[in-house]
Write a protein that binds this ligand. Structure first.
Ligand code: NAP
Length: 297
């Protein structure tokens, strides 16, 4: 059996057609979706993500500006700045790039973003609405994964889905979405983490396995049921002798699962392009909502 590669770039291209139409229709109303990004410190992966995001937004005629803060900035300085952005109508969305340097209280800073501009879906009001089954902004990576499953017609109803990783940005919202009573949910979902005993006993029962851990190659063929569909969210830098000095791998040992899994997302080129596409989607949605709601300043 040949393992199918789930191409995130192909899905992103498909989704962007519809998003572009929405951007054009907003342009006809003299509205350009705008995103403010807050970057604190100098995490190399965060800088790459911000640069890629800027490219995608510019390509789609949206406005984005990155506001950089040094690690020495105070929490108050950042929160005061976010509060000013909350009432600035140029920006329909605000993103705080994670992870923040350790000295900052991440929750406090995320909670200062207006729920109307919370295009990452991390504000407690938006996570509450998601758990309630009435989501407003769905966090970008879980939303991207749902779109990918839909595009490749991988059904979730009545499936056993195992997620490894319980972060607020991937594992927990993914758990909540997939277990809900709607077309892309209705699964029986198990959420594993670092304190789970004998993870293999769960992963071996998975029809769909979603891995968001951040440990290179932690899942291999021995942990899987044949024909499983795998979503590998992990992005890990492994040092090498190339000019760049590293290459990227996922949390799943890609080569070992070939011929065993039914399908898998590659790293890079799987979930990553969908996360940025969903950020564009959520920013356009925030701009549309602004259009009907008006300024919150
Ligand atoms: P995170 O906040 O660091 O959470 C990692 C999760 O993995 C935690 O729940 C942790 O358990 C669990 N874990 C760690 N070691 C484990 C082990 N040995 N066995 C089982 N569970 C283990 O990570 P994240 O922000 O969700 O990101 C995870 C990975 O996805 C990273 O590589 C990140 O770069 C990548 N990512 C990619 C995208 C994308 O667009 N492709 C988006 C977001 C994240 P505890 O809770 O018990 O500590």
């Amino acid at each position: 059996m040949k393992t199918k590669i789930l191409d995130g770039n192909e899905v992103a291209k498909f989704l962007k057609k519809n998003i572009s139409e929405q951007i054009s229709s907003l342009k006809n109303k003299n509205l350009i979706p705008g995103l403010a990004a807050i970057l604190v410190g100098s995490n190399p992966a965060s800088r790459v993500y911000i640069k890629n995001k800027e490219k995608v937004f510019l390509k789609h005629n949206c406005f984005t500006k990155t506001f950089k803060f040094s690690e020495d900035s105070s929490e108050k300085e950042i929160i005061d700045f976010i509060e000013r952005l909350n009432s600035d109508d140029t920006y329909h969305g605000i993103l705080v790039q994670l992870p923040l340097p350790k000295k900052f209280n991440t929750k406090k800073i995320l909670h200062s973003v207006s729920p109307y501009k919370d295009v990452d879906g991390f504000h407690p009001l938006n996570s509450g609405l998601l758990i309630e089954g009435n989501p407003n902004f769905i966090p970008c990576t879980p939303k991207g994964i749902l779109e990918l499953l839909n595009y490749y017609n991988i059904k979730t109803t009545s499936k056993n889905i195992v997620i490894i990783g319980r972060s607020n940005i991937v594992g927990k919202p993914m758990f909540s979405l997939l277990s809900q009573n709607f077309e892309f949910g209705n699964a029986t979902v198990t959420l594993c983490h670092s304190k789970t005993k004998n993870i293999s006993s769960f992963t071996k029962k998975a029809d769909i396995l979603i891995v968001a851990v951040g440990v290179p190659n932690m899942v291999d063929a021995k942990m899987l049921k044949k024909d499983v569909d795998i979503i590998d969210v992990g992005i890990n830098r492994v040092n090498d002798n190339t000019k760049k000095g590293y290459h990227l791998v996922g949390d799943v040992n890609f080569n070992t699962v070939m011929g065993i899994a039914n399908s898998i997302t590659p790293v890079p080129g799987g979930v990553g392009p969908l996360t940025i596409t969903m950020l564009l989607h959520n920013t356009v949605k925030a701009c549309r909502l602004f259009c009907t709601r008006g300024s919150i300043g």
